[in-house]
Design a protein around this ligand. Sequence first.
Ligand SMILES: [Zn+2]
Length: 150
Amino acid sequence: MTSASKGSTRPHDCPCGAAAPDQKSGARPPRYADCCGRFIDGGAAAPRALELMRSRYSAYVLGESAYLRDTWAQETCPADLDVDRTAPDAPRWLGLAIKRHTPIDETHAEVEFVARYKVGGRAHRLHETSRFLRGADGRWRYVDGDVREE
Ligand SMILES: [Zn+2]
């Protein structure tokens, strides 16, 4: 992907806030370019499911549908996946908290997270335990998850 293709602007601070299970409260957010920008714009492979999860959250914030497709297992990726941030019912993402990162083996991992967002002025919490699979190419991808809408 070329960075000029969409003309989209990138934030200074990373939307994911470097969320992690052991994150201290009040930690300063990392720069986007040093955090999820390496994966979304730089094409680097996320080293663990944790970093992939964070970068996918940031991709939702930024409306990067192509990155979401690239990091979604082919078997489970919705054919009509498209994140349109300008749609009237588009969620406005407010923050990410990661509760748990559980590496299961070399190619399987789980991440439990809470993402806060607003739709039409109403606040929601998406609480999900996501499953990730590492492909033969060494890249982690999202498979599916158990969602608790709160
Ligand atoms: Zn980030």
